[in-house]
Design a protein around this ligand. Structure first.
Ligand code: CMX
Length: 427
């Protein structure tokens, strides 16, 4: 992977130079004021780290190296991984090199399948996916080179090795989890010369003759790839990796955070929500019926899945991107139609709820993604977060390669006690 490595090296060198200059002159420059609200409020909104792979603007959403969602939504996951790592889109030659690298590294060791098959059939797909990645940890090149005493300046090269080995195996691992839990468990030929999305749909064996399904998977893997540094999954992966735990440990840990209902699992919860609407009101529920349904849920203390966000303050551009796809390919789907009806009524209800306490009444990506997957026959909702995780690992990998390249230190914020808080406020 000569070309990719050279581009990453260039980027690391230029970012290092910038950081060194800033650090030399401005170490004591304040960036933010840490208040009690930050400390008691999950540190939300507090600027406390640097992440160069992507940035989330509250109104315009995700940017990768300055490119907004409409500017990269037609790319492939491979191109996006290249962009996350290098800050530039790959040339055709660079794409081909990356494709060949991934193709050569795609075989999942057979003991992983034995491990996953030994688990109870009621195990959540995210558990199997995360376990499969954790159990491949023995393949870590980083771990081996660290033990051999590799110099710090080379760490990022071994993180890159681990990243490519891991990403290459994700189509087979994700499809294998689906087949073991929901189908006959037989795995298809993983050797076909296909891109990540094409290989995944081929191995999944659901609707794989329909090219628009592979296009949906391509879009899905692109849109969920990264969301700057502070979200639960990316931050977890980053903290774990900062102890020089290798990428397999870090990715598995990040996925375990993604599996929470306030984060990635919301896409699964959204489909349950839509199903309840269909069961309790019917497929042709009116806007009034849906409004009452949403209001009742809120009044009973439940959250409306897929709405709200810790950073965004507008409709998530990833939602809009999926909406365009849905309008083109899934306009007859009752699930997609209900998503649209929810979008028509929910923000107005959330805006007024609890005196406007909800910071963002608009939908995030999870409000729509599952309805499109359902349309294409992936009807096991529990599986949806695995696909989110598959994509998000691209971001974990890029962030961790950069962290090692920039020689970022172990992450270790300081905590304080209630006693110390009281002393502070009583001063
Ligand atoms: N439905 C009902 N109440 C909501 C809400 C929603 N969709 N979104 C926020 N609120 C509530 C919060 O629970 C909070 O109430 P309390 O003060 O009583 O605890 C209040 O509004 C203020 O919260 P906030 O500042 O607007 O939002 P947070 O930063 O605390 O939380 C998030 C953000 C995403 C956890 C929250 O909006 C939520 O729970 N949304 C639904 C779940 C979801 O879609 N998660 C996926 C997010 C995207 C992702 O990470 O994948």
């Amino acid at each position: 992977m000569k070309l990719l490595k050279a581009k990453i090296e260039q980027r690391i060198s230029s970012l290092c130079q910038e950081i060194t200059e800033i650090y030399a002159k401005h170490t004591q420059q304040p960036i933010d004021t840490i208040t009690i609200k930050h400390v008691l409020g999950g540190m939300r909104g507090m600027k406390a780290m640097v992440c160069n792979t992507s940035y989330v603007d509250p109104y315009d959403g995700l940017f990768i190296s300055g490119y907004s969602v409409p500017q990269f939504e037609d790319k492939t996951p491979e191109e996006i991984f290249f962009l996350l790592c290098t800050g530039t889109f790959p040339s055709l030659e660079e794409q081909e090199e990356l494709h060949q690298e991934l193709q050569q590294r795609s075989e999942v060791p057979s003991y992983i399948w034995n491990l996953l098959r030994s688990m109870p059939s009621t195990t959540h797909p995210m558990t199997l996916f995360s376990m499969g990645i954790l159990a491949m940890e023995e393949l870590s090149v980083f771990k081996q080179k660290y033990l051999e005493g590799a110099p710090k300046s080379d760490y990022w090269k071994y993180s890159l090795e681990d990243a490519l080995n891991l990403i290459a195996k994700l189509p087979a691992l994700a499809a294998g989890v689906y087949k073991i839990l929901f189908m006959n468990g037989e795995l298809a030929n993983n050797k076909l010369n296909l891109d990540l999305a094409g290989k995944f749909t081929h191995l999944l064996g659901v609707n794989n003759k329909d090219a628009s399904f592979t296009n949906l998977m391509r879009l899905y893997l692109v849109l969920h790839c990264d969301h700057e540094g502070g979200n639960v999954s990316a931050f977890t992966a980053r903290v774990v990796n900062s102890a020089l735990s290798n990428l397999y440990y870090a990715a598995s840990a990040g996925l375990n955070g993604l599996a929470g209902p306030l984060h990635g699992l919301a896409n699964q919860t959204c489909l349950h929500f839509i199903n309840s609407i269909h069961e309790q009101i019917g497929l042709d529920a009116s806007l009034n019926d849906i409004s009452s349904f949403v209001q009742t849920k809120l009044d009973s203390g439940q959250v409306i899945p897929g709405y709200g966000h810790a950073v965004l303050r507008e409709t998530d551009p990833r939602f809009t991107s999926f909406m365009k796809f849905g309008d083109t390919y899934c306009s007859d789907s009752p699930y997609f139609k209900t998503v649209k009806k929810l979008y028509a009524v929910t923000p107005h209800i959330l805006e007024k709820f609890k005196g406007g306490k909800i910071s963002n009444p608009w939908p995030n990506v999870d409000a729509i993604s599952g309805s499109l997957l359902y349309h294409y026959g992936i009807t096991h909702f529990d599986f949806y977060t695995v696909l989110f995780g598959f994509s998000r690992i691209l971001g974990f990998c890029a962030q961790n390669i950069m962290a090692r390249g920039l020689n970022q230190p172990i992450i270790r914020p300081k905590s304080i006690t209630n006693e110390q808080l009281k002393e502070l406020v009583n001063k």
